[in-house]
Design a protein around this ligand. Structure first.
Ligand code: HT9
Ligand code: FE2
Length: 346
């Protein structure tokens, strides 16, 4: 198996604070120029302080990095793996400094974000462009993985396990990060609304695999000013509705998150769980991929698929559902944020 023309793999993630002193500067990094109300920042800061100022995200990425290295070694693929975050140490710039020092010429990037939107794709590509355009390293990012069979099958398995915990009659509620309605509309191109469609596709695939009679998609972690419409229903409001309808147990499936980071451990495991308890609903939260070795193997599959394509071969592009494989490169008008017209990596 051959990773040529790539001579490195880069894990690109969001980053998170690791100690109380990190929290405020991290939030400043994330929200610079984004118009988030001060009260919302104080509130989100409290979520981090409640967990000792440490997000789980970096440790999970350390584990994923180890799983990726193990998987490549097991497959006999000799390829260095680097890691850089957009918003916290280790930063993307440090990873690129190291790659440059090591003589890397062409790197494939795996982003720990599975869906299309400004926040979940284009902003990553802005940061990748920024950090790489003046370096002698060619950068490609691997295609979106929301509908990769491995991703869908993992969530199917995690959901099955959570149903066993909450009781088979529990209602499955798929959950993802809310985004402004405008951001959803622009995702995939003007008017595409691809963010929501991709989530509905994954949710439907998992529901079909488990023969679920009914299910829903809800949103968490709304931010921004109250006047701005974001995707709804909020998961807490949705639990209220379900309780009113006579539902007695719920399983939350965090399909929008590839790992148990702060939104999952606070917004779902803490806040939504408390809502469920108050409403007398049995509650279970399905796992997320984290550093599952099968998730690492999926990254390797995507890497080899793209490597083959770059060599001029016609690789298979495994995919589930009606949306088909997302192109390797995004068109110029994909996921544009009118407030941020910065150059991007395709
Ligand atoms: C779609 C999406 C994902 C999923 C895709 C992906 O994984 O990338 C995601 C991931 C994450 N978001 C994270 C943290 C934050 N996101 C914020 C703000 C925002 N996120 C947004 C969207 C998303 N975010 C949006 C539209 C905003 C509003 C401001 C803006 O338009 O930019 C804020 C500011 C405070 C607030 O507004 O809540 C924080 C602190 C962390 C780290 C968690 C940890 O530390 O464990 C992770 C993985
Ligand atoms: Fe976020």
């Amino acid at each position: 198996m051959d990773a040529a023309p790539y001579d490195a793999l880069l894990l690109v993630s969001f980053g998170g604070p690791e100690k109380p002193e990190d929290v405020v500067p991290f939030l400043e990094n994330v929200t610079r120029g984004r118009g988030i109300p001060k009260e919302r920042l104080v509130e989100v800061g409290e979520h981090y302080f409640g967990f000792g100022g440490k997000s789980p995200i970096n440790d999970i990425n350390r584990d994923l990095l180890a799983a990726l290295r193990q998987d490549l070694a097991d497959q006999g693929i000799d390829l260095p793996v680097y890691w850089g975050n957009r918003n916290w140490d280790p930063y993307l710039a440090d990873a690129f400094d190291q790659m440059e020092a090591d003589g890397v010429q062409r790197v494939a990037c795996f982003m720990t974000s599975a869906y299309s939107s400004y926040s979940s794709c284009r902003q990553y590509r802005e940061n990748l462009f920024e950090v790489s355009h003046d370096r002698p390293i060619r950068v490609d990012r691997l295609r979106h993985h929301f509908n990769h069979p491995v991703f869908v099958d993992l969530f199917t398995e995690y959901t099955r396990a959570a149903l066993a915990e909450a009781g088979e009659d529990a209602r499955v509620v798929f959950v993802t990060h809310s985004v402004p309605e405008q951001m959803n509309e622009a995702s995939g191109g003007p008017g595409c609304g691809l963010y929501e469609r991709q989530h509905l596709s994954v949710a439907g695939l998992v529901a079909d695999a488990l023969d679920l009679p009914t299910w829903s998609l809800a949103y968490c972690s709304r931010s921004g000013p109250p006047s701005q419409p974001w995707l709804e229903p909020d998961v807490n409001d949705h639990l209220e509705e379900l309780a009113e309808q006579g539902v007695t147990g719920v399983v939350l499936v965090p399909i929008g998150f590839v790992a148990d980071h702060m939104e999952v451990v606070y917004d779902l495991d803490t806040e939504a769980k408390a809502t469920a308890e108050r409403l007398g609903l049995r509650f279970a939260r399905a796992a997320s991929p984290n550093a599952d070795p099968r998730y690492a193997a999926m990254v390797r599959e995507l890497l080899l698929e793209r490597a083959a394509a770059e060599r001029g071969e016609k690789p298979e592009r495994p995919v589930r559902g009606e949306l088909g494989p997302k192109a390797d490169t995004c068109p110029g008008d994909c996921c544009v944020n009118p407030r941020s017209l910065r150059p991007v990596l395709a």
